[in-house]
Design a protein around this ligand. Structure first.
Ligand code: ADP
Ligand code: MG
Length: 299
């Protein structure tokens, strides 16, 4: 028996490892003019590691104590950076206190009560909300700047609103990221854009490596939505590829949302129009190729 062309395109997509949620998705793929990539967990493997632990002066903590506090607060979070912090603590066999009153702010970090102290872990933007420590200069910002200049993602740790340490995290580019960006542009004529919550230094370094020149960094989830809307207002049809809770609103706004499956957050998987099941970016250009063929047959 022969399958209707659109159904066979969907089945084919499935065979390549893309779970497509509805038939119109295959049609939309070929109309895309911008492919917006998230960074952490999408262009990178999403399994960053804690490469450096920096204690700020006068805190009375040692590196293990700092890491244990941060990991206790991060334990309930599904963010890739949070999992890296927890994994680093586990590697050192640190015992973690039980965190209470956990809350997370997508694109910013987490807050929890650990040993009756309020521990906040996340983006350097958190430093802006905390009172500057006394004495000349600001060692927290200086440490953040130094780590970011080295291409790390800086994660700050605050205890009762006082910065106590900075972690430097390193993430690896996906092996197929560069080839995917190149194939997407060549196949579709679409422009790749990087939309990331990470700092401009780390973002630009990675963009250069994969061949993306349009970089928009330091974005909160709502900023990602605004970037997508601005592109659409300029007449573009936007495909957003992401993995995180922070990508879900932008994914919903975009003409087409694709989620990375393996480490993708539940919200991203729910919101996306299609899911990359085996976590290979390289199937995206293949799918667009397939959708083009399906369209020609349907016509
Ligand atoms: P991306 O857009 O690159 O995937 P995210 O929006 O997920 O990045 O995160 C942006 C920034 O927010 C991170 O670089 C980090 O500074 C901070 N952040 C968010 N959640 C966490 C967390 N649970 N732990 C530490 N940092 C976090
Ligand atoms: Mg991400």
């Amino acid at each position: 028996a022969t399958m209707p062309p659109l159904l066979s395109a969907i089945a084919n997509a499935g065979r390549h490892g893309l779970l497509v949620k509805s038939a119109v998705v295959m049609e939309k793929f070929r109309e895309i003019t911008i492919v917006a990539f998230d960074k952490t967990g999408t262009l990178t493997e999403g399994t960053p590691r804690v490469a450096e632990i920096r204690l700020l002066p006068g805190t009375g903590l040692d590196a293990d104590e700092l890491l244990a506090l941060a990991a206790a607060a991060e334990r309930p979070s599904e963010h890739p950076l949070a999992r890296a912090v927890v994994a680093a603590a586990a590697e050192r066999r640190l015992e973690l206190a039980h965190a209470q009153e956990f809350s997370s702010a997508p694109g910013r970090g987490v807050t929890a009560t650990v040993d009756r102290q309020v521990v906040r872990v996340g983006s350097p933007a958190l430093l802006r909300d905390s009172p500057a420590p006394g004495g000349g200069g600001d060692p927290a910002w200086a440490t953040v700047t130094e780590l970011e200049a080295a291409g790390r993602t800086a994660v700050v740790v605050l205890v009762d609103d006082r910065a106590v340490g900075v972690l430097g995290l390193a993430d690896r580019l996906r092996p197929d990221a560069q080839a995917t960006v190149r194939a997407l542009t060549a196949l579709t004529g679409a422009t790749p854009v990087l939309l990331t919550g990470d700092n401009p230094g780390a973002a630009r370094r990675l963009a250069e490596e994969v061949g993306i020149t349009d970089v928009r960094a330091g974005l909160l989830p709502a900023d990602k939505v605004a970037e997508v809307q601005a592109l659409q207002a300029a007449g573009h049809r936007v495909l957003l590829v992401g993995d995180g809770v922070n990508d879900a609103p932008a994914m919903a706004t975009a003409d087409l949302g694709v989620a990375m499956g393996r480490h993708g957050s539940d919200l991203a998987l729910e919101t996306a129009d299609a899911i990359v099941v085996r976590d290979e970016l390289a199937i995206l250009p293949k799918i667009i190729d397939l959708s083009g063929r399906a369209h020609r047959v349907v016509k």
